[in-house]
Design a protein. Structure first.
Length: 168
């Protein structure tokens, strides 16, 4: 089957070949396929240049940004310092659990989508998605339990997760 010919300008007809050798696999491919590959590569390069370039608005922050996983500890009551440390470790664990949920869910979804007719891959993907959902439920339950205990005992565990934006 012959490849379709492109409608080209007279200049392009004279100087651009309609078929060129593909150096990667030694086959003769149409110029259109090679140009499509080049355009895809150029799009990826332009996207990366845009994504990695510094934005002019990124230099000004109008809110105090603090890291809730590593709060400042005072040298006062040792019990309060220990409580803050435990709360910080728990908060970091919740964040890592959320990231693990997203990654494990995407991994299971990928396995499920690429299973084709392989029953074991399909089951493996489904198990990963189910496990990720179970982990998310446990994570949300732990946040709810800690918040409930904090309100009952009047200990503000999740206080540092909230932030306020100052008005100008």
């Amino acid at each position: 089957m012959k490849p379709k010919r492109l409608s080209l300008t007279p200049y392009a007809k004279r100087y651009l070949p309609t078929e060129v050798s593909d150096l990667r696999n030694g086959r003769i491919g149409s110029l259109r396929k090679i140009v499509k590959r080049m355009v895809g590569t150029l799009h990826a390069i332009c996207f990366l240049l845009f994504a990695l370039s510094p934005l002019p608005y990124a230099s000004h922050a109008y809110a105090d940004i603090t890291n809730p996983a590593a709060p400042t500890f005072s040298t006062g009551d040792p019990g309060a310092v220990l409580a803050k440390m435990v709360a910080s470790i728990w908060k970091a664990g919740v964040v890592m659990g959320g990231i693990a949920f997203v990654l494990y869910f995407l991994w299971g979804a990928f396995r499920w989508m690429t299973a084709e007719s392989d029953k074991s891959k399909f089951e493996s993907g489904r198990e990963k998605i189910t496990t990720a959902a179970t982990g998310l439920v446990l994570l949300v339950a732990s946040v709810a339990i800690i918040e409930l205990l904090g309100r009952l005992l009047n200990i503000p565990f999740l206080e540092s997760l909230s932030f306020t934006i100052p008005s100008p």
